[in-house]
Design a protein around this ligand. Structure first.
Ligand code: ADP
Length: 267
């Protein structure tokens, strides 16, 4: 089976992703789709008068500061607009897709982190009231039930804390944990770039191949949220996933192209 994660950045062609998935699904490929929704969440948050706040940790990782109001907007967009938009596309293409968040059936579970360290003006500050977490456990049983019943699971953050609180989890790392737990042969991380670039944003600097034992060394090329993808790729291959491909979701047939090795292949 394969796990496909499609991001929520500008430029991603969800119609092309869904058409390709429908094609592969009807040919018998067992798969799960995980998606993001960051650009749309930013737009809705601005429109609702609660603009997004991003924090950068002392180790250089960027994440969304998720207070309760942000979490609710995040759920409206990820579990509502984006998730149902994808499920509708797939249903129209004849795929019996079921959209669930990681909170449903505790598909993605992890510890609730209430505070986050943030570097602001060169100083480290501690911000409280955060609703984030890292996926530590995946409820594969529910996902398998759906697949065995002929349904294509379409999954999205948030996840559930061990106390049942909704927590914002990173979609790439959640997809990596899912791929490892499901013993997937491949994890595709599709975004609005051709793959991991050595000199971002120069698209001709694509890194085509990374050895599984050496993924973390490539963190230095990734900026901002790309770092989470590299981390997710490392976690997936260390968790036994055969290969991880960073692929382009702006092209025709984006899933087949990535499966054929177009992008950055980690194995
Ligand atoms: P998505 O929402 O599609 O999952 P993210 O916005 O989280 O994607 O991460 C992808 C983004 O990472 C790209 O759009 C690009 O702006 C940025 N990026 C930073 N460094 C790199 C790099 N070295 N190679 C490719 N993309 C990079």
């Amino acid at each position: 089976m394969i796990v496909v994660k499609v991001g929520g950045s500008e430029g991603i062609d969800l119609d092309a992703v869904c058409a390709d998935i429908a094609h592969l699904w009807s040919a018998g490929t067992r798969m799960v789709l995980v998606h993001g929704g960051s650009a749309e969440t930013n737009r809705v948050a601005e429109a609702l008068g609660h603009p997004p706040k991003f924090v950068t940790s002392p180790s250089g990782f960027t994440s969304r500061f998720t207070d309760r109001a942000t979490l609710e907007i995040f759920e409206m967009v990820y579990c509502g607009k984006v998730n149902k938009g994808i499920v509708e596309r797939l249903q129209r293409l004849g795929v019996n897709a079921v959209g669930l968040s990681g909170l449903d059936g505790r598909i993605f579970e992890g510890k609730h982190k209430d505070s986050v360290r943030s570097v602001e003006d060169g100083k480290v500050k501690v911000l409280r009231g955060d609703h984030t977490g890292t996926v530590e456990k995946v409820n594969t049983h529910l996902v398998e039930l759906l697949l065995d019943g002929g349904y294509l699971p379409v999954l999205t953050p948030p996840g559930a804390s061990f106390d049942g609180v909704a927590v914002n989890v990173d979609g790439d790392r959640a997809a990596a944990a899912l791929a490892a737990a499901m013993h997937a042969e491949a994890l595709l991380l599709l975004s609005n770039v051709p793959g991991l670039l050595r000199a971002f944003p120069d698209e001709s600097s694509l890194i085509e191949r990374i050895d599984a034992s050496d993924v973390e060394a490539y963190l230095e090329f990734a900026q901002g949220r790309m770092k989470k993808k590299v981390l997710g790729a490392a976690e997936a291959v260390q968790g036994g996933v055969g290969r991880v491909i960073f692929g382009d979701a702006r092209v025709e047939g984006p899933v087949s192209a990535a499966l054929a090795g177009r992008g950055t292949v980690v194995s």
